[in-house]
Design a protein around this ligand. Structure first.
Ligand SMILES: C[S@@+](CC[C@H](N)C(=O)[O-])C[C@H]1O[C@@H](n2cnc3c(N)ncnc32)[C@H](O)[C@@H]1O
Length: 245
């Protein structure tokens, strides 16, 4: 369900997927963002399904009039970062900063269908894709490294991430990675903060999806009781907003 017909077709021909995904990057930056968003709208329309949840989150945060930063955990080559930056621009959230946490070496371990080393895109690739898709790189801070090493209190201070109404996008697939993310962001999430889980439904084929991946990590996190569901795609992502201090 997560992959459109066009994407599956492209994936089935060796080399075509890589070429198709990079096509827009061969154009000058003045026009490449238009080509990127045209391709997303026409060829890879599954992203539009995913974005329904993003839109609810950004609408809600913008309406609060006091938006914090955007923290994404698992950025790969930037697809969701590009979408979030675009939504922030549309809402004129001009002071929002974008933090991109990733190993830039792929997944650190296995969990069922997720395999160690999957989604390995370099930081250079990430920045290049973002720039060519129209992201203002001056607003983006990549934080390279495995979460085990990078998600520390010292890092929060170093990046000057203070308590506020932030959007946290968890797209790191794995239970163990999500545990580290939730522990890291806990001190800076004020009431009104939003957490989006991209892989909320990745284990729906199991009898107990709540005991796997991001769902399991959120369920075990004591703070989860302070959150209410804000939006959900029935077989993709899910977002929660903090309602209690
Ligand atoms: C599904 S991909 C992210 C997709 C991206 N958000 C997008 O929209 O294209 C998952 C990413 O999580 C990263 N990741 C998962 N666990 C991690 C960990 N413990 N430390 C660093 N990166 C991790 C992987 O490197 C990978 O790039």
């Amino acid at each position: 369900m997560k992959y459109s017909l066009a994407k599956r077709l492209v994936s089935s021909v060796p080399g075509l997927r890589t070429f198709g995904a990079r096509l827009f990057t061969f154009f000058p930056t003045a026009v490449s963002p238009y080509i990127y968003h045209f391709m997303r709208a026409v060829l890879f329309r599954d992203n539009a399904q995913r974005l329904k949840t993003f839109k609810v989150c950004f609408d809600k945060l913008a309406a609060s009039g006091d938006a914090g930063d955007y923290l994404e955990f698992g950025v790969a080559r930037g697809t969701s970062m590009i979408s979030s930056h675009r939504l922030a621009k549309q809402h004129r959230l001009d002071s929002m900063r974008f933090f991109a946490f990733d190993s830039f070496a792929g997944l650190p371990s296995d969990e069922e269908q997720f395999t160690r080393g999957d989604m390995a895109y370099s930081q250079k690739d990430f920045s290049h894709f973002c720039e060519k898709a129209g992201v203002e790189l001056s607003r983006v801070t990549p934080v390279p490294g495995f979460f085990e090493a990078t998600l520390t209190d010292d890092m929060l201070a170093k990046l000057d991430i203070k308590p506020g109404r932030h959007i946290v996008h968890v797209d790191c697939d794995l239970y163990e990675s999500t545990v580290l993310v939730l522990r890291f962001v806990e001190p800076v999430l004020e009431v009104g903060s939003i957490i989006m889980f991209d892989d909320w439904h990745s284990f729906d084929y199991k009898q107990d999806p709540e005991n796997w991946g991001e769902q399991r990590a959120f369920g075990e996190w004591a703070e989860h009781e302070k959150f209410e569901k804000l939006a959900e795609h029935p077989d993709w992502n899910c977002a929660f907003i903090k309602t209690k201090a």
